[in-house]
Design a protein around this ligand. Sequence first.
Ligand code: MV4
Length: 448
Amino acid sequence: MYQRILVANRGEIALRIIRACRELGVETVAIYSEGDRGSRYLELADEAYCVGPAKAADSYLKISSVISAAEVGNVQAIHPGYGFLAENAHFNEICRSCNIDFIGPTPDAMARLGDKNAARELARQTGVPVVPGSEGVIANENEALKFAHEVGFPVLIKAVAGGGGRGMRVASNDLALKSALQQARAEAEAAFGNGDVYLEKYIEHPRHVEVQVLADHHGNVVHLYERDCSVQRRHQKLIEESPSTSISAETRAAMCDAARNLIRAAKYTNAATVEFIVDKTGSFYFIEVNARIQVEHPVTEMVTGIDLIKWQIRVAAGEALPWSQNDIVQRGAAIECRINAENPRRNFQPSPGKIDQLIAPGGFGVRFDTHAHSGYTVPPYYDSMIGKLIVHQPTRADAIACMQRALAELRVDGIHTTIPIHQEILSHSAFVEGRIDTTFVERTLLAE
Ligand code: MV4
């Protein structure tokens, strides 16, 4: 096991990783930007180094500064968390060339799955269902039109380098497809430095269901069931839960199996999330692989009883996973609400500033992962998520009641938060009955 690792992140996930390390007896080196100076969780690390100004591009994203902190801190490994450098294959490569383990997949496996088109091709070869799509990158307008006429409109243009909905365009006829193709190319080129796009049949009103997988360096690959992340707004997830209400037991088994096979075929190690969309008929299609720990990992931890962060670290250090697939059970129901410093009444406008008072909820089945506290100032420079409220109960109905009780207990004074929208969603009949797809929030709640 490692003696000392660097946590290349901030906020709640940095704190989450520091906590796991403390329990493993691993020392931690934290990094912070000038925008996070004095953050209380930094005191829980054994050391903390400033890596630059508040702007992420000059600090958390600056590879030379992060590596310098790792060298000075004399660490054996780096945990990247999510966001920032977590899926940067170049950073991953540099860590290894400096003799520092990157706690995540190899740069090869990361790059193999980071190219959406290559990942889709691998899925196809592995027998994992994929949305009907173009054979690789679209060369020109005629090829796009030809594909659209084959599978029928609407079609979706996706960037090879894309993700999280960026560089995506829906088109419903020839004329729209021609202009959408140009727009998508330009947007992808600007955002990712790669204008390559491919086409898929557009699945309307999809549900978003993803499978957590863990793989070690000894050939063991297990899935930890699914999370349903359909409650989202503009590709920003609001609520995640496990199990999903969108799939049958048969679909669950097939989807989890498919995810496991894909990760094995990719020769991938560490934690991965295999993302699917599920259509109205219950058919599922592979979308992409997220080669990092995800924000919503706690719901999986609650239903499986497995600490994903600890296992990421152990697997990176060469330990073997101790379970066969049958040992992993999905017990009860877990729900997570992302608490963001945003004003849902003002189009989710960011609401940074000082939290005058924060009172955390507690009690049976309640977990609150946050770095925030009374007197904490939410900086304006980063993601607006200030915490995650997670509940675990025997049934989904119990979990909903527990979350409503916990949300009512949670007090965050001084800034606006997404607490009211969560209360609205949890009491909405469509959510309670599990009738939710990715259009639910924008269609139902924000329409008034
Ligand atoms: C799709 C789709 C419909 N049809 N692909 C959005 C983010 C990216 N990871 C994949 N996404 C989608 N791909 C086809 N062929 C609809 C979405 C989509 C979506 C997916 C997951 C979660 C939320 C979403 C919201 C809108 C659209």
